[in-house]
Write a protein that binds this ligand. Structure first.
Ligand code: GAR
Length: 199
């Protein structure tokens, strides 16, 4: 039996596509749901085109009531019975209660070399700090933001004249290599650190 993977997105879903594309043939997992907090996320159309069930709940009507929003999110998630959950550009912070339900089973990709630059604007912050390398990290999700055991990292150089946009464009293809590779290892029971480096 394949493991079931739910993927949570907020936007274009390019990491979701990379993950879903990878889960074929002898891969030990299959996508079971793509879930979004943004009903207009273009990634939802991509998931539908790939034949993956989707669900979306706009977080905005819930205002500050995160518990009510998460209760809605939980319904399709529990119906989908995922073994693993992959946050892939999911831009809402999840509560400790929500995360703890899926302890050890929820992964995230973050566009920095954690523990550096948790939170937003990671590439701009790396450039402003004068870093000579940047990258992305796949980690287990814990209640603390962008924390949790690191499962994989991919490094790229920061080049003279880089902007947040040019650096993001160098990191994103590495995200698309790293996340599927880590997911496959985790689905196979291997949580040892994977490191990649790119151009
Ligand atoms: C990716 O760069 C991902 O690392 C980042 O959002 C982008 C989503 O792109 N995630 C975060 O910043 C999470 N804090 P995608 O929708 O095309 O996969």
């Amino acid at each position: 039996m394949s493991l079931r993977v739910a993927i949570l997105i907020s936007g274009s879903g390019s990491n979701m596509v990379a993950l879903a594309d990878s889960m074929q043939g002898a891969h030990p997992a299959r996508p079971c749901l793509v879930l979004s907090n943004n009903p207009d996320a273009s990634g939802l159309d991509k998931a539908r085109a790939m034949g993956i069930p989707t669900a979306a709940f706009d977080h905005r009507p819930f205002g500050k009531d995160r518990a009510a929003f998460e209760a809605e999110l939980l319904k399709p998630l529990q119906q989908a019975r995922p073994d693993l959950i992959a946050l892939a550009g999911f831009m809402r912070v999840l509560s400790g209660d929500f995360v703890e339900r899926f302890e050890g089973r929820m992964l995230n990709i973050h566009p920095s070399l954690l523990p550096k630059y948790k939170g937003l604007n990671t590439h701009a912050r790396a450039i402003a700090a004068g870093d000579t390398e940047a990258g992305c990290t796949v980690h287990e999700v814990t209640a603390a933001l962008d924390d949790g055991p690191i499962l994989g990292q991919a490094r790229v150089p920061v080049l003279p004249g880089d902007t947040a946009e040019t650096l993001a464009a160098r990191v994103l293809p590495m995200e698309h290599r790293l996340y599927p590779a880590v997911l496959r290892r985790v689905a196979s029971g291997d949580r040892s650190l994977l490191t990649l480096s790119g151009p």
